[in-house]
Design a protein around this ligand. Structure first.
Ligand code: SF4
Length: 337
């Protein structure tokens, strides 16, 4: 399989939708990790739809929250083709979402290894979830686990996801909805990002089945390490008096209810805050704000405080952590909101 074939970009659906909607100018948005794999397919789209003007967004597409709506309006595009995520919010610009399912499927041997591991840790009832790219194998994993006597729960999708069992970096509702019924969660995913979020949200043991690396990993010790770091950030925010509340610029990351809820608690506690609108949050940008603020609360994307590679100098909190700091309810870690 060549690299361009690792994912199913569903070109037939893209062509069908562009023709059905009679779109003439199409803005294509692809997550950074998939850009180089999708671009070779653009040639085929251009030759099949020679009357259509395709424009590619070169900016990051972190999630469905980051839909390039403002760019589409500026360019007068009549359709956005957004690859690799499901719909996060209802946009004004007509948009289609292409799932880009992975063609790398976990082998039965790997799923049997997962079964043995779950038995070793005495997990007889597990939640099962997946990132969008691997949702196409969730039923295969469920079937094999159940054939081996493990009870599997797949929860209903949340507000920012489309399919049952699907999770994204800020929506673990599917797993949370069955959290009380299970002893551990299994996630079908590569990398650390989604297993970490799942662990922070559910506070249960997390076992990852990674089809890319063909590997089973117990994520619990890694998650505990990050949890300790998050508590350190929480502790150093307890005396903060002035909060900078980072407000998302992208429509999908603009969360007025969360902002007003946090502001209300800040007022009640006789502390102060200022809203700061920011598209992409970096240490450099926060440093430009000087020493005015004691801590920041990021309402746009709750992964920014946790996953930033460069450490922030001032305490930077998720909405859930801000709630813990402001209410003093520190026993149970709250993530993401
Ligand atoms: S985790 Fe952040 S980038 Fe991902 S969907 Fe949620 S808000 Fe968007």
């Amino acid at each position: 399989m060549s690299k361009e074939e690792y994912y199913d970009f569903n070109l037939e659906l893209i062509v069908k939708e562009i023709l059905r909607r009679k779109a003439k100018k199409v803005l294509v948005q692809v997550p950074d990790g998939l850009k180089h794999l999708f671009l070779p397919h653009l040639e085929e789209l251009k030759s099949r739809l020679s009357n259509v003007d395709f424009i590619v967004s070169g900016d990051p597409a972190y999630g469905g929250c980051f839909l390039a709506e403002a760019e589409a309006k500026m360019l007068r595009a009549d359709l956005i083709v957004h690859i690799g995520h499901t719909e996060y919010y209802r946009s004004e610009v007509p948009s289609i979402y292409i799932e880009a399912f992975s063609k790398t499927i976990a082998s039965e041997g790997l799923i049997e290894e997962l079964t043995s591991y779950l038995k070793d840790i005495h997990a007889k009832k597990v939640g099962l979830c997946a990132v969008l790219q691997h949702l196409n194998m969730i039923h295969k994993v469920k079937t094999i686990l159940e054939e081996n006597g493990i009870k599997v729960f797949i929860g209903k999708h949340g507000p920012y996801t489309r399919y049952n069992g699907q999770i994204v970096g800020c929506d673990y509702v599917s797993a949370l909805s069955i959290n009380d019924d299970v002893e551990a969660h299994v996630i079908i995913s590569g990398g650390l990002f989604h297993p970490l979020g799942l662990g922070l949200a559910t506070l249960r043991p997390i076992v990852k089945i990674d089809p890319y690396e063909n590997k089973i990993t117990d994520m619990s010790s890694y998650i505990q390490k990050i949890l300790k770091k998050r508590y350190w950030e929480i502790m150093r925010s307890l005396d903060a008096e002035k909060f900078g509340i980072i407000v998302g610029f992208r429509k999908g990351q603009f969360r007025p209810k969360i902002i007003s809820n946090i502001e209300e608690i800040i007022r009640e506690k006789k502390k102060t805050s200022v809203r700061i609108v920011m598209d992409i949050v970096t240490e450099e940008r926060l440093a430009n704000l000087g020493n005015f603020f004691d801590a920041y609360i990021i309402t746009s994307c709750p992964r920014i405080p946790i996953d930033n590679i460069v450490k922030f100098k001032k305490p930077v909190l998720t909405p859930g952590e801000a709630h813990m700091v402001l209410t003093g309810k520190l026993e149970k870690y709250r993530f993401p909101w």
